[in-house]
Design a protein around this ligand. Structure first.
Ligand code: ADP
Ligand code: ZN
Length: 433
């Protein structure tokens, strides 16, 4: 079976917008009627689902915040009886209770469809053999990628994270052509492959679908140059569905959002005002046809920008800029704003620097101090103290010039910075809050 799901990415905008309006009116009615949370929220703002006559009327409706999901834990946002719920996932949530998300069978089908469209967009088909390196757990990554690959008829190997040597063996022995995992985990897989003497270029591996954490164009170049594969970006979040809310096409000019199911807005994070296309702000998403747990105007905290001009690939779906940062992962060091991705862009590509780093923030005598710990290649270690000091100085100067912060730079030996098979945590904030 060859999938023609990708045709949905090319419908004309008036047809797409008519569909979005119908679905939006439906989901507002569904949420208002079946979710006491939304009945209360809409009543409080004095709006009713009937007040939505055009797509832009959505701005009159209430936002949903991450805290609303915590406060209604575990089932408070469900809008269907439990008998219709066939799956539960939960996001990791670093403190306290996790965020629980629920799905009906129809919801799972939509999720499979949009993830499938992501893989088709990246050039995969039923001819591919794919290994899933995202965790199979409460985390949506593993199951989400799995379902999408099955939907396009690809052969799926449900590996999960954690056993990189075996994963390398699978890639080679089973003629694997595609891999889905976090970008940082793939870089670790590349290192393990090298260690065991496997040259990934000699394998059949051609496509990587990397997401679940921010990664830069520089990291993409590093992966593509050193492994010989095409590195695609895949974006999503559990609250909205999981991976496959958006993905990038071969033009790599932003990620196409599957907006027939997930409706995007960009807002000013401080005022909540909707911003015009082409302006950077916080991405807000509305699920247009998710039944178990519809989410209206969900504030993602991800910073992006929407572009409605037709993409060179011919798809009419809006493009969002890659997520480089979240409004809540900004560090403020002595008054200067800094995002981990800025550091990644600046240090990656410097000779001898490998893509593993961490930012350690401390406070001494009321002053914030930033230490940037960057892992380096064996050549740098072999170059002795002088060579290392030279590189550390060069990084210091670059950060100072580009970001305006005087950071302490320490070089870490190969393998010294912890690897993980999920999302990498780049910030260690030791300041007393
Ligand atoms: P958790 O909440 O457990 O971390 P999620 O997978 O739901 O799990 O996390 C979703 C968040 O992960 C997004 O809001 C975004 O910040 C980040 N994310 C997911 N995919 C990407 C991507 N391709 N690029 C950048 N950030 C991403
Ligand atoms: Zn495109």
């Amino acid at each position: 079976m060859i999938s023609d799901l990708h045709l949905k990415d090319f419908v004309s905008r008036p047809v797409l917008e008519a569909l979005q309006l119908r679905r939006m009116q439906f989901i507002l009615r569904h949420a208002y009627k079946h979710s006491p949370f939304y009945t209360k929220a809409m009543d409080k703002m004095g709006v009713k689902p009937e007040d939505l006559r055009q797509l832009s009327d959505l701005s009159k409706f209430p936002f949903t915040q991450k805290t609303d999901l915590r406060d209604t834990y575990p089932y408070g946002l469900n809008a269907v009886p439990q008998t219709e719920i066939v799956r539960i996932h939960a996001s990791s949530g670093t403190t306290g209770k996790p965020i629980v998300v629920t799905y009906t069978q129809d919801d799972l089908d939509i999720w499979s469809e949009t993830t499938a469209r992501c893989f088709l967009m990246g050039g995969c088909s039923n001819e591919d053999i794919t290994v899933i390196g995202y965790g199979y757990s409460l985390f949506t990554g593993g199951m989400g990628a799995h379902q999408g690959m099955e939907k396009i008829g690809a052969t799926v190997i449900p590996m999960g994270g954690g056993n990189s040597e075996k994963l390398c063996m699978m890639i080679q022995d089973l003629n694997v052509t595609a891999i889905c995992c976090t970008p940082s985990y793939f870089i670790h897989v590349m290192e393990v492959a090298e260690k065991i003497g496997l040259d990934l270029r000699t394998t059949k591996l051609r496509h990587g679908f990397f997401g679940a954490e921010p990664w830069t164009d520089e990291k993409r170049d590093f992966i593509e140059k050193n492994s010989g594969i095409h590195a695609h970006d895949i974006f999503g979040l559990s609250e909205i569905m999981g991976p496959g809310v958006a993905g990038d096409c071969e033009c790599h000019s932003g990620l196409h959002i599957f907006e027939d199911h997930y409706y995007p807005e960009i807002i000013d994070p401080d005022t909540g005002e909707v911003l015009p296309p082409g302006t950077e702000g916080e991405l807000v998403l509305t699920t247009l046809d998710k039944m178990a747990m519809p989410l209206l105007r969900y504030r993602t905290h991800d910073i992006s920008c929407l572009h409605y001009e037709k993409c060179e690939c011919g798809r009419t779906l809006v493009r969002m800029d890659r997520i480089r940062r979240r409004s809540d992962d900004m560090l403020i060091i002595r008054g200067v704003n800094l995002f981990p991705s800025q550091v990644e862009s600046l240090v990656m590509g410097m000779p001898g620097v490998v893509p593993h780093y961490e930012l350690i923030v401390t406070r001494e005598h009321a002053m914030d101090e930033l230490e940037i710990r960057v892992e380096v290649s064996p050549d740098v270690i072999a170059s002795g103290e002088e060579g290392q000091a030279k590189l550390a100085r060069a990084i210091h100067v670059k950060i100072k010039q580009m970001v305006g912060i005087s950071a302490k730079i320490s070089l870490a030996e190969p393998g010294a910075i912890a690897r993980c098979d999920g999302k990498t945590k780049h910030i260690i904030d030791k300041r007393q809050k």
